[in-house]
Ligand binder design. Sequence first.
Ligand code: FMN
Length: 375
Amino acid sequence: MTLLFEPIELRGAKARNRLVVSPMCQYSARDGQVTDWHLVHLGKFAQGGGGIVFVEATAVEARGRITHGDTGIWDDAHVAGLRRVADFVRSQGALPAIQLAHAGRKASMARPWYGNGPLTPDDVARGERPWEIVGPTDQALGDGWIRPRPIRPEDEQTLLASYRAAVRRAHAAGFDVLELHAAHGYLLHSFLSPIANRGTREDRMRFPLAVARAAREAWPAEKPLFVRVSSIDDVEGGWSLDDTVAFARELKAIGVDVIDCSSGGIQGSATAAAKTVVARVPGFQLPFAERVRKEADIKTMAVGLIITPLQAEEALTAGRADLIAIGREALYDPNWPLHAAQALGADPEMKRWPLQYGWWLVRREGLLRKLGLRR
Ligand SMILES: Cc1cc2nc3c(=O)[nH]c(=O)nc-3n(C[C@H](O)[C@H](O)[C@H](O)COP(=O)(O)O)c2cc1C
């Protein structure tokens, strides 16, 4: 048995293995509603053997969308579509999970395939108008970006209410795992980082911690809560790994169960992880998951260029993380977890495959061996 394919219990939720399909925006929602695209996209990953399958960054307020195509959970009308996805993911043996997000000063952008920048007249011609955005200060992401309206104390109360309502809707939709997006330059990260906000570390952590507290209170005690952080800004004078360890300790005290250790994104590039982050080598963010796990004494999820099954298994056995998330590898091969189980010898009979495929594919393996195409 491998550690990767050993089930893991997180509060009252039990994942069949330690592989997580990372949240990945599809920019394919309509008015925040998931579509059949999301059902098939996420359904494939559940069939493909992931232990936990995440719905992408889903906006707690309409103005907190990155683009017009983001999924949303700001209205009760969003619940039914999300429930259909969650139900199907569960029917395939994976835990359905959702990432709650607010894009803050990185809201109101064009979809990546239309340039990933501020909305242009071409976008407006397609019916996609820019909207008013908010941030911890009025400092824009960069030249040419919309200047955010600074969030005042009364706005914080409104935002906390939006988060609470979104958490309740995530529960109503049947998700087992909830993650708060506090990474990649979006609202909560922009509060934390000295690049985007002012004040001491305690001042900057105050609002994100209030959100985590509100989420923990609204989310059932038997369900696990994750927080995704940008472990480092990797910018001179930015948020550091020491800051992340301090933040993780506070989150643990609130009842957060897992810190999902990403990095970057505080300035410039609009895409998820930073362009600048240290050398882009396989497992480049693993050292962050390792240090947070050791120093804040909390479970961590490692993500970022985890490419091979052996790499994932070794990260777990070395105690560097508790969960392994894959993003682009899952897009490339939605059956990555099933293939990893075979490669690591954890599924010789192909019993982890959906019944509809496994009974047939195990015979195919025999045939391939006879033909000398398998050892
Ligand atoms: C298409 C795409 C969309 C993404 N959307 C999100 C998102 O919604 N939320 C998030 O936290 N990260 C997002 N990311 C980042 C991934 O979750 C992941 O952290 C990153 O791709 C690194 O992992 P990988 O090397 O396995 O792809 C996205 C990445 C990709 C490729």
